[in-house]
Design a protein around this ligand. Structure first.
Ligand code: ATP
Length: 466
């Protein structure tokens, strides 16, 4: 990517600025972008802000393991000194924390802030790939190596969030990664403790109007709105889809009973299966995510509580795969037969020291056929003949006749399952899981496009936002 003559492209990574008691890294990102744009009027973006979901099985995540990258175009004379850009961002973050009454020491957050010239990121896609599908660490060597490339780490916000911050800025390099968009709306601060109220019919209308271009708005089987979170965080609702302009329709169609204080559109790896790396069974490790293909080698075992366990084998080994009730995949798993060829994606946990793959999606690729054959009737007396042994044919004890290759009377048992892809109901799908309606709609080409900040984010009620 080329910088134009007046503007230089920088990437800002942010993570772990939220806690169980409130806040959200996307909310901070909204504040930062709007503050930066009012401080430096010429600020532009070269991509929508990125909301990058990372390994969903990381034990220390707060909720959805999301990190944020801001892709900013600033006059090159400002980006010449990246340290001063970092200091400016740190001051804005301090303002945010003060206004939100977040005290890093007492809330236990582990914030990370990192800034890089876009060109300094070449060759670092492995950081994103590792963080989305495994456990990632930044040791002293890597820290020094990245610093020598000119990547600047905040001295103030330099805790565990740096892993997510680096993964977020390197996602853009992953040319194999599909993407979607999410428009997040934010509440007024005074509303955080109140229940959200979103008109159900307006969500269904939005869903109908934008079908094919948005997903996971409403679960028609369970009559349930899917766009609103439930905690005390600042998000009012989030709508997901294939392009930003369609998502903006939601701002006019979805009715809510409180003012929308701000909104931001993120480009994201949500709904893309980016974590479902194809792996062999012998390469699975605790907390790794992935997708395996293998043959069922045990009859499904139903555990107390309803979880279902099956053993799966590939040419490198075997592993227990568990399916849990909320995913409803237990209904599929309990009907698997020995010999079925399946593909399962999920993440690995240890059960008393034994690796178990927690399944979140299953495809039945080939079903085993159970054939039951009866011995043939004797051509003379009509009585059923007896099998003599392998290769020895059938004998009628009554007539003393042996037939080596008789036509057998066989029926093929009908499998209760059919070749298909099985997913949990929409409300039980994790952020990264690709929903059925997205198959065939993947985007692999991302274009560098200058975007005005106001097209990606707006604070509508500045006095209410923080
Ligand atoms: P929210 O979704 O509300 O933003 P969260 O679920 O993203 O919250 P964080 O508070 O961001 O949770 O915590 C996740 C922490 O785990 C961050 O510090 C991040 O750097 C770190 N992390 C994320 N992925 C990995 C990984 N693969 N390996 C090691 N650390 C990781």
């Amino acid at each position: 990517m080329e910088n134009n003559t007046d503007f230089c492209a920088i990437d800002v990574g942010l993570d772990d600025f939220d806690s169980h008691t409130g806040g959200c890294t996307t909310h901070l990102a909204t504040y930062l972008l709007n503050s930066l744009a009012s401080k430096i009027k010429s600020t532009m973006l070269f991509d929508y802000p990125n909301l990058v979901r990372l390994n969903p099985s990381i034990p220390w995540k707060t909720r959805g393991n999301g990190a944020v990258a801001l892709r900013i175009l600033l006059p090159c004379e400002i980006t010449e000194n990246l340290e001063s850009v970092v200091e400016m961002l740190e001051e804005l973050i301090d303002d945010y924390m003060k206004k939100m009454s977040i005290e890093p020491e007492s809330t236990g957050i582990e914030p990370g802030l990192v800034v890089a010239r876009h060109t300094a990121l070449n060759g670092l896609v492995w950081i994103y790939r590792k963080a989305v599908s495994d456990i990632a660490f930044i040791d002293q060597d890597l820290y020094l190596k990245l610093s020598r490339r000119g990547i600047v780490f905040s001295k103030r916000f330099n805790k565990r969030g740096l892993v997510g911050a680096l993964a977020a800025i390197t996602w853009i390099l992953d040319e194999e990664s599909d993407y979607t968009y999410e428009l997040l709306t934010y509440r007024s601060r005074k509303m955080y403790s109140r229940d959200r109220c979103i008109d159900e019919n307006s969500v269904k209308l939005f869903d109908e109007l934008t079908r094919g271009s948005t997903f996971n708005n409403y679960d028609y089987n369970e009559d349930r709105v899917l766009i609103a979170p439930h905690g005390p965080d600042p998000i009012l609702y989030g709508i997901r889809g294939e392009d930003p302009e369609t998502l903006k329709i939601g701002l006019h169609v979805i009715r809510v009973c409180e003012p929308i204080a701000a909104w931001t559109i993120f480009r994201t790896n949500q709904g893309t299966d980016s974590h479902a790396v194809a792996r062999t069974i012998d390469s699975l490790r605790p907390f790794r995510t992935g997708k395996i293909r293998g043959v069922v080698v045990s009859t499904p075992k139903i555990l107390q509580g309803g979880a279902v366990l099956v053993k799966v084998f590939d040419s490198t080994g075997e592993i227990l795969v568990a399916f849990f009730k909320p995913s409803k995949l237990t209904e599929v798993a309990s009907n698997l037969d020995i010999g079925d060829l399946i593909e399962v994606q999920g993440h690995v946990k240890l059960w008393n020291g034994v690796q178990v793959l927690h399944g979140e999606k299953i495809a039945l690729l080939s079903i085993s056929r159970k054939v039951h054959c009866k011995a043939p009737p004797c051509p003379h007396c009509g009585r059923r003949m007896k099998r003599k042994g392998i290769g020895k044919g059938y004998e009628c004890e009554h007539c003393n006749i042996t037939i080596l290759n008789p036509v057998l009377d066989c029926i093929t048992e009908i499998h209760t399952l059919s070749h298909a892809l099985y997913l949990p109901p929409p409300h039980a799908q994790k952020h990264l899981v690709k929903p059925v309606e997205r198959y065939g709609r993947e985007h692999y080409l991302w274009m560098f496009t200058p975007i005005p900040v106001a097209s990606a984010t707006q604070i509508i009620e500045p006095l209410e936002f923080l």
